[in-house]
Write a protein that binds this ligand. Structure first.
Ligand SMILES: [Zn+2]
Length: 405
């Protein structure tokens, strides 16, 4: 039964938001927390929830909850996020939100009466694209980041989380661990587009998650001496751009030297950034991931020493500072196996991508469902999921909800 699920060859819910937050410069979508595009998505979610008779509330950390029935303890919660990376794809986040709404709609259409409260959740700033810390909404909710640390985070324009939250109508003094909201979650299931090639290789449209790689973000600051591009001889320079280029190569070499490790510099800022100016500083962000906590720590230690070696003799200095850290997440193996069995024996799959489900896993019972991505590409406009596979994801979520409600 796919009546009403599909519009223009994709899930109707995704079709409804296809024009929101389009990024003409980068391609794809830029939907960052508490920006006009993201506010529009929140309004869309609230309206769509209302169409299903759900009561939508915003918690004190800016996460949205659409309740089917009265909010209460031992709730089954499903959902994901609506924000994106800069120039991101259409599925990362919204697929989980739309699938959750569709699964609820299908349960309602058959007259199903849940025995526990049900909520569809939208977590704020999952990508960390505006304030730098991924899964900010779920970290605040669960206390994985302190309110003080979160309030002080700034975006590229120097706006703090506290200021942006206030502008969005929240009370910044009330940001932080929310025991009431957390205490209601009896089970959280996040459906997400797969961000690698695992399901292509397995030939399955869906899988249940087994684990998430350890990962974190580090700020790499390379400092030199700003000067005139014409008046400064090549041997008199302390050019941090050249030193940073060597540092980036060192990051790559460290990851290549470690089994199953990934390290990425996807963002650089040159200060001040003029064509005829030797820069004074380069800010770079390093994303590093490996299979174990210790392996990731070792990788970052190796990055640090290789970076220092790379910039030695350049007259510049380099400093690596941790911005966020997420240890390896092992989803409850018994729960994962049971859910995979409920879905007829779909595969269990590890992932290298972080998720709100990974943050909440320590606090509440948590599971994830992945939907096949035939491009194997994510955080890019090329990210994709076939309509049939999206429908399979909705059906899987409906089946799981039915089995636990
Ligand atoms: Zn995501």
């Amino acid at each position: 039964m796919t009546d009403g699920l599909i519009a223009h060859g994709r899930l109707a819910g995704l079709d409804e938001i296809t024009g929101v937050g389009v990024d003409p410069a980068r391609g794809g979508y830029s939907r960052h927390v508490w920006t006009p595009a993201e506010f529009e998505l929140r309004e869309w979610f609230t309206a769509r929830g209302a169409r299903l008779g759900l009561d939508v509330e915003t918690d004190r950390n800016g996460n949205l909850w659409a309740w089917w029935g009265a909010p209460g303890p031992d709730a089954v919660v499903t959902g994901s996020h609506l924000d994106s990376v800069p120039g991101g794809g259409a599925f990362d986040g919204p697929l989980g939100v739309v699938s959750a709404l569709d699964a609820v709609a299908r349960l309602q259409a058959t007259g199903f009466q849940p025995s526990r409260p049900v909520a569809v959740v939208v977590f704020a700033e999952e990508e960390g694209s505006r304030f730098g810390v991924a899964c900010l909404g779920s970290r605040l909710l669960s206390g994985a980041i302190t309110a003080d640390a979160a309030r002080a985070l700034t975006d590229a324009d120097g706006v703090t989380v506290a200021e942006a939250a206030a502008a969005a109508g929240l009370a910044p003094q009330h940001l932080g661990r929310d025991d009431e909201a957390l205490g209601r979650i009896g089970l959280f299931i996040e459906l997400h587009v797969e961000q690698g090639r695992g399901l292509i290789d397995l030939g399955s449209p869906t899988a249940v998650a087994s684990s998430i790689l350890a990962h974190g973000r580090w700020r790499l600051r390379v400092s030199g001496q700003g000067n005139h591009a014409g008046a400064t001889g090549m041997r008199q320079r302390r050019d941090p751009v050249v030193a940073a280029a060597r540092a980036v190569l060192a990051v790559e070499q460290a990851a290549l030297a470690t089994d199953d490790a990934r390290a990425t510099v996807g963002r650089l800022r040159i200060v001040p950034g003029g064509t005829n100016v030797i820069a004074s500083e380069v800010d770079a962000w390093v994303d590093a991931r490996a299979a174990t906590d210790a392996g990731t720590r070792a990788l970052v230690a190796d990055i640090e020493s290789r970076v220092q070696e790379a910039v030695a003799g350049s007259g510049c200095t380099a400093e690596l500072v941790e911005e966020s850290w997420s240890g390896v997440v092992e989803f409850d193996p018994e729960l994962a196996a049971r859910l995979a069995g409920t879905l007829g024996g779909v595969p269990l799959l590890p992932t290298g991508a972080g998720h709100d489900a990974g943050v909440l896993n320590g606090a509440v019972p948590t599971a994830m469902v992945f939907v096949r991505n035939p491009t194997g590409v994510s955080h890019s406009p090329e990210e994709f999921a076939e309509a049939d596979d999206c429908v399979a994801g909705v059906e899987a979520l409906e089946t799981l909800l039915r089995s636990v409600l």
